[in-house]
Write a protein that binds this ligand. Structure first.
Ligand code: SF4
Ligand code: SF4
Length: 367
């Protein structure tokens, strides 16, 4: 199509498709502007919530609203120096589902699944946005309203999911207390939308955000091709997981072990300018790093995060995460920030020569 331009650092969070009235389209997991950056977009609405707006200035043909955009006021790391590596938090624990049946069907103790099921049963939430998958492992957002439906979202997908689309769907369907599970970029998009404080968007109905630890997401098309080159049909895959530097691919007949560094070619471009390993703006962040096998580390950040863990206490077993575990998460978070810092500055058009501290830029969209 004439004038069609893609946004190569789009994280495919789904926010613009959900909340921009004249949204154009997605093509192969990234947003495409075929009318230029005009209409609603150039008035700054999309800039205010797109988690990649800091990298988008070269696309904007209208007046750039970046000058009006400061630090996200949901960002505790903006005022908390000690929280800069992991973001602000109240407590970090290890947890796993109490019920063996739930633990076995999921990953790393199936804590998120167990918490969501219990939160639905108790009425703490009435809908949960999770990622389900197609037969060929494309991640798709889904509004789960029963524990049985929550189970459809178990396990990691490793490809990007436009979860914010289903947040909009849940609002549109009238749910009042919505949970969303997502990667840091999904969480950031929702926090930015909430920060607009626009009653028409009804984002106050999103009650709790559960963020996933995330190193990178893969392009779906590249993952399919990568596996095919190794004789693996993605439709035959039953499970993906990462352990000890290996990306594991489990099919009915065989388990393949691939060094994670070999998977780099499948990583989305946007993940190279991402500095958020632990979903710093979530209410609770979750990931296996730092915890013993079969457990998930939970970073409890906000009061509503504490409430979620509290209402779930029948469904999960918890224990203290020791200092070594916390240090491990900090190291991974620090490494991601350092690895991607140069690319972030590059995208923002900032010369790094005079800068030595990456954290002063955390979540700032203007300079
Ligand atoms: S990152 Fe999200 S809001 Fe930004 S262009 Fe991509 S899908 Fe839209
Ligand atoms: S690495 Fe960052 S941009 Fe990529 S999926 Fe994870 S949170 Fe989103």
């Amino acid at each position: 199509m004439a004038n069609e331009r893609s946004f190569p650092v789009c994280c495919y969070c789904g926010a613009c498709a959900a909340f921009i009235p004249d949204f154009e389209k997605y093509k192969e997991e990234e947003v495409v502007f075929d009318k230029g950056c005009g209409g609603t977009v150039s008035k700054g609405f999309c800039f205010s919530f797109c988690p990649r707006s800091f990298a988008a200035c070269r696309l904007c043909e209208g007046e750039c609203p970046r000058k009006d955009y400061g630090v996200c006021d949901f960002s505790p790391c903006a005022s908390s120096p000690e929280g800069r590596i992991l973001g602000h938090y109240k407590e970090i624990i290890s947890a796993r589902a109490t019920e063996e049946g739930i633990r076995e069907v999921g990953q790393d103790g199936s804590v998120i699944t167990a918490m969501l099921c219990e939160a639905l049963r108790s009425g703490f939430i009435d809908a949960a946005v999770v990622a389900i998958r197609t037969e060929d492992w494309k991640a798709e957002p889904f509004v789960a309203t029963t524990p049985e439906e929550v189970l459809r979202g178990r396990g990691s997908k490793f490809t990007a999911c436009p979860s914010v689309l289903a947040v909009w769907e849940a609002i549109d369907r009238g749910y009042e207390n919505i949970a969303m599970v997502g990667t840091g970029c999904n969480i950031e998009a929702v926090r930015r939308l909430q920060a607009l404080r626009d009653p028409a968007l009804e984002l106050d109905r999103v009650k709790v955000l559960i963020g996933l630890f995330c190193t990178e997401a893969f392009w779906h098309r590249d993952l399919v091709m990568f596996l095919a080159e190794r004789g693996i049909d993605i439709k035959e895959v039953e499970r993906f997981y990462v352990t000890k530097g290996k990306f594991m691919v489990v099919t009915k007949d065989k388990e393949y072990s691939i060094p994670t560094k070999d998977m780099e070619s499948c990583a989305r471009d946007t993940c190279r300018i991402c500095e958020d390993f632990t979903s710093q703006l979530a209410d609770v962040s979750a990931g296996s790093s730092g915890s013993p096998e079969g457990y998930t580390s939970l970073i409890i950040r906000t009061e509503v995060g504490e409430e979620l863990v509290s209402v779930s206490k029948k469904a999960i077993e918890t224990k203290k995460l020791d200092d070594a575990g916390i240090k491990k998460i900090e190291r991974l978070a620090f490494n991601k920030k350092m690895r991607n810092y140069g690319m972030i500055l590059d995208q923002m058009g900032i010369c790094s020569a005079c800068l030595t501290n990456p954290y002063s830029f955390t979540l700032q969209a203007s300079h």
